[in-house]
Design a protein around this ligand. Structure first.
Ligand code: TYC
Length: 102
């Protein structure tokens, strides 16, 4: 869009170049040792899912090897990964959690 000023100058507005911020999905990875109910509890606590939805996600991860729990801006995704890993290690489970740009 062009704006004409009183003094005769014409300012061309730059085309909007801002892109929406990149988003990241947080994934849980399957392993043979972490108890199913622990994974369900993690999904409920950190990804605000009800028990049924959390169980569905956990079973997808168990079957497919990995599964997404949610999509977030970068800093929120990385905080969730850190919280999940800290909680799992404190409980003595090898659960893995990673983030990936979507
Ligand atoms: N495979 C695990 C078991 O049989 C359950 C499990 C599900 C572990 C999802 C990790 O991200 C995971 N106890």
């Amino acid at each position: 869009m062009a704006t004409k000023h009183e003094n005769g100058t014409i300012l061309e507005r730059q085309a909007q170049k801002l892109k929406p911020p990149p988003m990241y999905q947080v994934l849980l990875l399957n392993d043979d040792y972490t108890p199913m109910e622990f994974v369900v509890a993690i999904i409920q606590e950190y990804f605000n899912k009800d028990h049924e939805t959390a169980t569905h996600i956990m079973l997808c991860v168990h079957r497919d090897g990995k599964g997404a729990c949610g999509v977030f801006p970068k800093d929120i995704a990385s905080t969730k990964v850190e919280y999940v890993l800290t909680h799992a290690r404190k409980a003595g489970h090898p659960l893995q959690c990673v983030m990936e740009e979507v």
